[in-house]
Design a binder for this molecule. Structure first.
Ligand SMILES: Cc1cc2nc3c(=O)[nH]c(=O)nc-3n(C[C@H](O)[C@H](O)[C@H](O)COP(=O)(O)O)c2cc1C
Length: 172
């Protein structure tokens, strides 16, 4: 696990190769174990595997979402703010787990922020994704994890260059 954490990087270029259904299913299944506040699981995951839908989702932002067009699978993380006031934290945790699982399965993946972002026309990115995927009004879209077989190689962070000054012991 530590090795998976240490070697993960955001991958935005992908091979033109399908992610096996079983692999995707295993990743989704693993994500369902994510911790959530009071165990409320205020999230839903939509696994998207159609190229046409990737093209649509890649337009949810003016910049920052274009890499989704070349993905082989997108997992849309949909939160329900009516369930808990900490749905953003819960959605972010499951998104992070998905990133790590994808990497652990030999895939590359990257987070595309949707909540609090806008399309190039100035509309809400969350509303845009909701209309593309038919998501009911009460929900909000946190992010989309685009994944696929890596089409770029990124070196893990150099352990000697990590920001150790961010860590304090005992008190500030
Ligand atoms: C909350 C969050 C939002 C992000 N949003 C985007 C995004 O919209 N588009 C994108 O290409 N990358 C996005 N990223 C990926 C970051 O750019 C990336 O994690 C950062 O540059 C560090 O690189 P690394 O993941 O390779 O360590 C996001 C990451 C996080 C955690």
């Amino acid at each position: 696990m530590l090795d998976i954490i240490k070697t993960r990087r955001s991958i935005r270029k992908f091979e033109d190769r399908e992610v096996e259904k079983d692999k995707l299913k295993a990743i989704l299944q693993g994500a369902l174990t994510a911790p959530s506040s009071r165990g409320k699981r205020p999230w839903n995951l939509i696994a998207v595997t159609e190229k046409e839908q990737f093209n649509q989702l890649s337009q949810c932002r003016e910049v920052g979402s274009s890499f989704l067009a070349d993905a082989s699978a997108c997992i849309v993380i949909v939160g329900d703010p009516t369930v808990t006031d900490v749905w953003i934290e819960d959605a972010s945790i499951i998104a992070t787990i998905l990133l790590l699982e994808a990497h652990g399965q030999g895939l590359g993946a990257c987070w595309c922020q949707v909540r609090n972002r806008e399309t190039k026309d100035g509309n809400s990115s969350s509303d845009f994704v909701k209309s593309v995927l038919g998501i009911p009004a009460q929900y909000s879209v946190e992010c989309i994890i685009g994944m696929g077989y890596p089409g770029e190689e990124k070196q893990p962070y150099d352990e000697d260059e990590l920001p150790y000054d961010k860590i304090r012991y005992g008190r500030w």
